[in-house]
Design a binder for this molecule. Structure first.
Ligand code: GLY
Length: 376
C-alpha cells in the first residue's frame, strides 16, 4: 500500500517539475499551486520532495533538479531575499542540508552552515529568544516566538555537530526550553505564539496568529511541537523534551475526529464546512515515526503511538491522498491561514512533504533531512 502511494506521489512530483521549471509551488485556494519565485518560507518543501523522489527512484532527473534548486537557494541567501524570519531551517534544511546528507556535497554543506549563521543572527541576547518574524526593532513581532520554530532548530544543532562550535546548539537548546516552558500549557495543549519583553525577556503572554483564538490550540502548531520536541530530544537527550513531545501527541490523538485527521484548530466549532488540516496530521505522523525510532523496544508508550500512526497514515492514504487522480498536490484538505482566508481546503506543499517523508520512512527507513543519518 505504501509503495503504490509513493510511486503515485513521485509521478506527480516529476510532472510538476517538468511543467513548472525553475519555479516553486505556493499557496492558493484553487486546488492548484501558484508557481513562482523562491521568496516565501515554504520553498524548501518542494526541494525536500525532489530529494525524497531521488532517494526512492535513484533517477538523476531528480538529482539534477535538486541541485538546480540548491543553486537558487544559494543565490537567495547571497541576495538576502525574504529571509527576515526564522524559517531558515525549513528552507535550507530541506535543500542544502539534504544535499549534504544525500550526496555529501561540500558546497551544500557550506551553504547549510551559512544559513545556520543567518538563523543564529536572530537570537536576541537581551530577551533570550530567537525572534520569529521581522527585523529586530519590529513593533509587534520584536518580542515574539512561535512554536513552528522548533522545526528550524535542527539546522542549528546540526551546525554544532559539524563544526564543533557549541554556539549553535546552545541557542537551539535555550529556544527549545523556552518553548517548552511558555508555549506548552498545563493541559498539554499549546499556544501558537508567545510574547516577551524585548529588553528584559519577561514573559508577556500567549496568543495566536493562525489559530481560532488566542487561547485555542491550532492543530498544526501542536504538530510542530510534537515533531520539534522529538527532534530536540534526539539532539540533546534532555528527557523533558521527550516527555513534552509525548504529552503534545497524546493531546493531539485524543482530540481527533472519527477519521483520525485533524480539523484546523482543536477548539473551532465543527460545522459541515469546517476545514481540516491534513498537513497537521502528516507532520504528526512524522513526529510519531521519530518517537518510535527514539523509544527503546519495550517502552510502554510504543503501542499507543504505533496505533496512532497506523490510524493516521491509513486515513491519509485512503481518504486524503490524490492517488490515481489528476492533481498537482499529494494531500487534499489542508489549511494554511483560515482566519486570513488563505489556503482553505487545499493542497499545502508542507503537507505533501511530510506525507511523503512518512511514507518513505515506513517503506524505506529514510527519515527526511533533519539530522545526519549516523546520529541516533
Ligand atoms: N510555519 C507556518 C505555518 O505552519 O503555517
Amino acid at each position: 500500500m505504501w509503495r503504490e502511494a509513493i510511486e503515485d506521489a513521485i509521478g506527480k512530483i516529476r510532472r510538476n517539475l517538468e511543467q513548472h521549471p525553475g519555479t516553486f509551488p505556493h499557496i492558493t485556494n484553487e486546488k492548484r499551486y501558484a508557481w513562482s519565485a523562491n521568496e516565501d518560507w515554504i520553498e524548501g518543501f518542494h526541494t525536500g520532495l525532489t530529494w525524497l523522489s531521488y532517494e526512492y527512484s535513484q533517477d538523476t532527473f531528480f538529482l539534477d533538479e535538486a541541485k538546480q534548486q540548491i543553486a537558487d537557494f544559494k543565490q537567495r541567501l547571497g541576495a538576502k531575499i525574504c529571509l527576515e524570519h526564522h524559517d531558515i531551517g525549513f528552507l535550507y534544511g530541506l535543500s542544502a542540508l539534504a544535499g549534504w546528507i544525500v550526496e555529501k556535497d561540500e558546497s551544500a554543506r557550506n551553504l547549510a552552515l551559512q544559513a545556520a549563521d543567518h538563523l543564529l543572527g536572530r537570537w536576541r541576547e537581551q530577551g533570550g529568544f530567537l525572534q520569529a518574524w521581522g527585523p529586530e526593532n519590529d513593533e509587534k513581532n520584536g518580542g515574539r516566538i512561535i512554536i513552528d520554530c522548533l522545526l528550524n532548530l535542527p539546522l542549528l544543532y546540526w551546525a554544532s555537530e559539524v563544526t564543533g562550535l557549541p554556539k549553535y546548539a546552545e541557542v537551539a537548546y535555550k529556544q527549545a526550553e523556552l518553548s517548552r516552558r511558555y508555549l506548552v500549557r498545563g493541559d498539554d495543549s499549546s499556544y501558537h505564539t508567545f510574547y516577551f519583553n524585548k529588553e528584559t525577556g519577561d514573559p508577556l503572554g500567549g496568543g495566536t496568529h493562525q489559530g481560532y483564538t488566542d487561547g485555542s490550540t491550532w492543530t498544526r502548531g501542536q504538530a510542530w511541537g510534537i515533531y520539534g520536541f522529538a527532534l530536540s530530544y534526539r539532539y540533546t537527550k534532555d528527557p523533558a523534551f521527550l516527555q513534552t513531545a509525548k504529552r503534545l501527541l497524546s493531546y493531539f490523538l485524543d482530540h481527533l475526529p472519527e477519521d483520525h485527521v485533524a480539523y484546523w484548530d482543536f477548539n473551532v466549532p465543527i460545522k459541515a464546512n469546517t476545514s481540516r488540516d491534513s498537513s497537521a496530521s502528516a507532520i504528526t505522523a512524522c513526529g510519531m515515526l521519530e518517537l518510535m525510532d527514539l523509544l527503546q523496544v519495550g517502552d510502554a508508550d510504543r503501542s499507543w503511538i504505533q496505533q496512532g500512526l497506523n490510524q493516521t497514515m491509513n486515513s491519509l492514504v485512503n481518504q486524503y491522498a490524490t492517488i490515481g487522480e489528476e492533481a498537482e498536490g499529494l494531500l487534499k484538505h489542508g489549511s494554511y491561514h483560515v482566519r486570513g482566508n488563505s489556503g482553505l481546503d487545499d493542497y499545502m506543499i508542507w503537507g505533501d512533504y511530510y506525507y511523503l517523508e512518512a511514507l518513505m520512512r515506513m517503506e524505506r527507513g529514510i527519515p527526511g533531512y533533519w539530522y545526519e543519518r549516523k546520529t541516533k
